[in-house]
Write a protein that binds this ligand. Structure first.
Ligand code: FAD
Length: 390
């Protein structure tokens, strides 16, 4: 017996999405079905993706910096951007990471904090996927506490000279431009660094067990000399990079649900086909209890995401609200992925099915853009007025 509802159908969330946003979502879904899904197991297995080709295709699709206005960006609603992230991550968190880092971190940093010259130089090419960007904030010794970073930019006449190391940088080795955050004598500042600048290198990080279909790199800056015009003029202090992280986190609120939805749909289909003790796995109470509970969390997460999307479109979304979405939806998504894995039995550990690939990817998503614990502390501080970070 086929079911009569999908997990999200049960919640009727489709009716909460406007026609234009739905059309964008469906276009991204069709793209991932044709162009991405057939290759994912191989890309994950070999830990390599054709990032340059993909960036151009994603540029043509119009998803790179899609929620930004001007400079070749599509200027869609925040909800449409979230829904696009959901479809990209339903394919693989690595694909969504490529798009998030390009649009919400590297492009947003230039769009929000850059000079007109920097915007004209980089944004149109980045929106088209002809130039790839990365965002260097984390360092080997400073992740959750980036304010203590050691990368330093010193003035030498009109020039800046950068030294330091960044770690765990998505798109690093394939990037044409890196937005690098560094200490200066006047607070933390951002720099737009063309990756062919002498002294810059980006060795790829290998042996990852998560986000294998995504490029992750170290950034090494050894006396990287930049003109005065390379500094992002409008960003001073940690609020600059944190504003970019807030944009990317918003995409993750939706994105993580895409991975969860894909796991749940896979598990439901699998349970229908798998006979155990002479009847479908789907017909056992234990299976249905699991599926019902997972659907509740997926649906609640979707309602939260759409609500936050509305707030963002209205211009009232706060960073604490983004923390609630990121914390809840990633935590529930990884729980769903792991529970779905149990329903697939041994098949669940294979790349023939997407479930453990998603679960492994979500380990990174749980950690980057603020760990779960950091978001708990943000919410705790909002509730109590006490900072428990130190
Ligand atoms: P730590 O900060 O060392 O945290 C270790 C543990 O301590 C965690 O459980 C954490 O929650 C906990 N903890 C931290 N502070 C507190 C506290 N105050 N109280 C209690 N517990 C605490 N960074 C970039 O800049 N750009 C990128 O493009 C990028 N891409 C990434 C891609 C991948 C695949 C991964 C895995 C990471 C990426 N990162 C990137 C880095 C990511 O943002 C950091 O890993 C993250 O901020 C956590 O930092 P950390 O790994 O140093 O962990």
């Amino acid at each position: 017996m086929p079911g009569t509802q999908t997990p999200l159908g049960l919640f009727g969330t489709e009716d909460l999405i406007g026609e234009d946003d739905r059309a964008i979502r469906d276009t991204v879904r069709a793209f991932t079905a044709d162009r991405i899904r057939p290759h994912l197991a191989d890309w994950f297995d070999s830990a390599s993706i054709p990032a340059r080709d993909l960036a151009r295709e994603l540029g043509k699709l119009g998803v790179l910096g899609m929620h930004l206005e001007g400079y070749g960006c599509a200027g869609t609603t925040a909800t449409a951007y979230g829904l696009a992230c959901m479809e990209l991550e339903a394919a693989d968190s690595g694909l969504r990471s490529l798009v998030s880092v390009q649009g919400s971190l590297a492009m947003y940093a230039i769009w929000r904090w850059g000079s007109e010259e920097q915007k004209q130089e980089w944004l149109p090419r980045m929106a088209a996927g002809e130039a790839i960007g990365c965002f260097g904030l984390t360092e080997p010794d400073f992740g959750s506490n980036p304010g203590e970073m050691r990368t330093y930019a010193r003035r030498d006449g009109e020039d800046w000279v950068l030294n330091g190391t960044k770690m765990w940088i998505t798109n690093g080795s394939v990037a044409d431009v890196a937005v690098v955050w560094a200490q200066t004598d006047d607070k933390i500042r951002g720099f737009v660094v063309p990756t062919d600048t002498p002294g810059f290198s980006a060795p790829e990080i290998t042996k990852k067990l998560s986000l294998r279909a995504s490029v992750t790199s170290e950034l090494v800056l050894e006396d990287v000399r930049l003109p005065a015009s390379a500094m992002l003029p409008e960003a001073r202090g940690l609020s600059g990079p944190l504003s970019c992280l807030n944009e990317a986190r918003y995409g993750i609120v939706f994105g993580a649900l895409g991975a969860a939805r894909d796991c749940l749909e896979t598990a439901i289909a699998y349970a229908q086909e798998r006979d155990i003790f002479g009847k479908p796995l789907a017909s056992y109470q234990a299976t249905q209890l699991k599926l019902a509970d997972m659907s509740l969390e997926l649906g609640k997460g979707m309602l939260l995401a759409l609500h936050l999307g509305k707030l963002k479109d209205a211009g009232t979304l706060t960073s604490e609200q983004v923390s609630t979405g990121k914390l809840n939806n990633v935590r529930e998504a990884i729980a769903i992925a792991r529970e779905c894995r149990t329903l697939l039995g041994a098949n669940g550990i294979s790349l023939e099915y997407p479930v453990l690939r998603h679960a492994n990817n979500l380990e990174s998503v749980l950690t980057y853009e603020g760990t779960s614990e950091v978001h708990q502390l943000v919410i705790g501080q909002t509730l109590t007025g006490h900072s428990a970070f130190r």
